[in-house]
Design a protein around this ligand. Structure first.
Ligand SMILES: O=CC(=O)O
Length: 311
């Protein structure tokens, strides 16, 4: 059985092979840059495969995304649409995302950006009105595995948390809002908006002027979903007008973020380099080996992309 991997570049292939030797010794692992007979490929583990290549594997059984999102794979116009795509959501991905969101939330409540900027210019600014977690209502957009894990960790840390999703998902033991009808209510009750939505045609540009204007004045934003969710100019305007207090952004339409982007130097924006939840190769190999074994046994697989929902 053969697995081809497009993740981490040619230099990662030996590391992938070493991990798969431990988790699935029977699997023959080849790198994307190597030139295997296309008919011998059974499985593909990919992040952003070059357009048309997956369609050249006539015996491919399953595409496994190297991440939780599948938008980079769907971008291939020649994608063999009849094949299932498994999204990479592991327990570790959930923990990493939850810890990213908690860290970012505390950075915002404790003014960490302003403090580190002040230090860079040796400026002592005294803060006398501190907020604690209980003062900041967090609203999480997107209630999949990552949204639920983040909500639970933030709630344990003392933040009042609610959630919103397009469909009727629910947060266990926390207020949940659903659909367009309840969006305004959700936003009106959110001091810190966290976007963990998948990138679909319906969520594109959802972090726009209209959405942001419905948050209370002084609210903040964390985006660890996708760059496509943001209307960048609207976010900059909301920060400049003071309607939005701070933003922590992990994802961008173009990555790496262009050197001349105004986001880099904005005093109210913290940039992180798409690092919120990136399980290491060992964890992804372990999960991939489990998926392949389950697929070979004919068992249903978790987190399969649903074209109806778009994620
Ligand atoms: O953004 C990262 C992922 O999709 O896992």
């Amino acid at each position: 059985m053969r697995l081809i991997i497009n993740s981490g570049g040619p230099q990662a292939t030996e590391e992938w092979r070493a991990h798969f030797r431990a988790f699935a010794p029977e699997l023959d692992v080849v790198g994307w840059h190597e030139d295997p007979d296309p008919a011998t490929i059974d499985y593909a583990l990919v992040w952003a495969p070059d357009a048309g290549r997956l369609a050249t594997f006539p015996n491919l059984k399953l595409i496994i995304s190297a991440g939780a999102g599948v938008d980079h794979i769907l971008a291939d116009p020649a994608l063999p649409r009849h094949l299932p795509i498994a999204r990479m959501v592991t327990a570790r991905t959930q923990t990493e995302m939850a810890e990213y969101v908690l860290t970012s939330a505390l950075m915002i409540t404790r003014n960490v950006k302003r403090i580190t900027d002040n230090q860079a210019r040796r400026h002592w600014e005294f803060f006398d009105s501190l907020r604690v977690a209980a003062d900041v209502r967090v609203g999480i957009m997107g209630l999949g595995h990552l949204g639920i894990a983040s909500a639970q960790l933030l709630s344990r840390a003392g933040f009042p948390v609610s959630g919103w999703s397009r469909g009727a998902s629910r947060l266990p033991d926390m207020p949940s809002y659903a659909g367009q009808d309840q969006f305004a209510d959700f936003l009106a009750n959110t001091d810190l908006l966290v976007c963990l939505l998948p990138a679909t045609e319906t969520t594109r540009g959802i972090l726009n002027r209209t959405t942001l204007s419905q948050l209370p004045k002084g609210a903040s934003l964390i985006n660890a979903g996708r760059g496509a969710h943001m209307v960048t100019q609207d976010i900059l305007d909301a920060l400049d007008s003071g309607h939005l207090d701070q933003a922590i952004l992990d994802v961008f339409e173009q990555e790496p973020l262009q050197e001349d982007s105004p986001l880099w130097t904005h005093p109210k924006i913290t940039i992180t380099p798409h690092c919120a939840a990136i399980p290491d190769r060992k964890e992804r190999a372990r999960h991939t080996a489990l998926l392949i074994a389950a697929n070979e046994r004919g068992e249903p697989l978790p987190n399969i992309y649903d074209p109806q929902r778009g994620y």
